[in-house]
Ligand binder design. Structure first.
Ligand code: CTP
Ligand code: MG
Length: 170
């Protein structure tokens, strides 16, 4: 069996935390500085803030430090920096595409909200995954990562909505 759930969890935890932290500690100043693109709509919109970006990457890296401590391998902190940065870039690319499609802030999109952040976390992490978590790169793991991310993202957003952290449950 080519599956290693510990490896999958070690990989997923930092980008998940990076993606979730801004919902709690979101800021005010938008990354796009309020600027509009060629189509007259915002580049990213008010849902992507500088504070959210910084809090997201920092929290993901802190999880990576914890993993480095537990495993005794400092590369986990570097992996977390790559995966958390990737998660935030993927999340912003998702908002960029949503604005181009004229989706208002918060309107759901399976690919853009639930999957793009983990796909980018994966792409940026790839070189380090090859050396410290090669188990994550087998096809079965990738299927589990995408499926688990979709399910967990839905559940977490429903909880965030019930707690009053998000206006919409997605
Ligand atoms: N957030 C933030 N900064 C970021 C990412 C997220 O402040 N870089 C906060 C915002 O308060 C945002 C919330 O986290 O509303 C939820 O993030 P997300 O669902 O990604 O944004 P949406 O508001 O749904 O906007 P979009 O339609 O662009 O996805
Ligand atoms: Mg959203």
């Amino acid at each position: 069996m080519g599956l290693d759930f510990v490896a999958i969890v070690l990989f997923l935890l930092p980008p998940y935390v990076a993606n979730a932290a801004p919902v709690v500690f979101g800021g005010k100043f938008p990354v796009d500085m309020g600027a509009t693109a060629w189509d007259g709509r915002r580049f990213l919109g008010d849902g992507k803030t500088w504070k959210g970006l910084i809090v997201g990457i920092t929290s993901g890296v802190l999880v990576g430090y914890a993993e480095a401590f537990v495993t005794g391998n400092s590369m986990f902190a570097f992996l977390a920096l790559l995966s958390s940065t990737g998660a935030m870039l993927g999340d912003m690319l998702g908002s960029f595409i949503k604005r181009r499609l004229d989706y208002e802030r918060g309107r759901p999109s399976l690919l853009m909200d639930q999957l793009l952040f983990i796909i980018f976390a994966f792409i940026l992490s790839y070189p380090v995954l090859e050396s410290i978590l090669p188990q994550v790169l087998v096809p079965e793991s990738i299927v589990i990562i995408l499926f688990a991310t979709y399910v967990l993202h839905r559940i977490m957003n429903i909880i965030a909505n019930k707690l009053g952290l998000k206006k919409v449950p997605w």
